[in-house]
Design a protein around this ligand. Sequence first.
Ligand code: GUN
Length: 293
Amino acid sequence: MTAQLIDGKAIALKVRQDAAAEVAAMLAAGKPKPGLATVLVGENPASQVYVSSKQKACAELGMESFGYKLPASATQEEVEGLVRNLNADPKVNGILVQLPLPSHLDEEKVLGAISIEKDVDGFHPLNIGRLAQKGRDPLFVPCTPFGCIFLLEQMGVTLEGCNAVVLGRSNIVGMPAALLLVRKNATVTICHSKTKDLPGVVRQADVLIAAIGKAEMVRGDWVKPGAAVIDVGINRIEDLNAPKGTRLVGDVCFDEVKDVAGCITPVPGGVGPMTIAMLMRNTVRAAKIALGE
Ligand code: GUN
């Protein structure tokens, strides 16, 4: 292994400790506990796990969490009505509607109903629109891409002027990650299923963010020697040697790329822990905005 390992667990822990210290200082100053409302619609098992991890993180950092569960049959009006109630609730500083929503619901309308001051996921069209525009600043930045950029900066990777390639154009990761990189003055290429000569394009990258959802797609010979590689993928593959018969891998073939890249995130323990850490940071920020700070 020649690449430096990017320890997302350790970096996320530091972000969480800083957020906990801010919460403690707010409480010591007689201010209310920051509060995060989570909205889970339906029974998606992965979403249930993510939401309970977010609630657990709130408790660990001394924050309140308010969990709302709606059945998969919930109507658009019911979900938007809940969001409007949470907008009006002063104990709630951040609102997180776990995605994906059941397919009969209009995600854009639900996210657009969240007050931008409570949009700790940064998915409100106004926050995303500001992210995309020069001279404008979103109140919040989506947590996973924010975590990716944070990791790169912590590793001392130069983003200004670099060639950055983002694999994937999802609303949750790829597109906001690309927008953040542009704001850092990187030259950004966004790749997707129709990109021609994907290995050739990826090979130009000084910084690669892989968020395409395909197990071990990025091979060692796709990567420029010394590149910084951030692997957002979490894919379960069969492995008969593993105790459960399966194991988690990223979108990058770690075993090959670790001998080529300059630094690389592992899966698990890379980007994963950063998403919740950045959510906690955003929630503290939302509480401060609510206090007029
Ligand atoms: N689903 C997958 N990632 C996320 C996220 O960061 N926020 C929300 N709300 N839903 C998600």
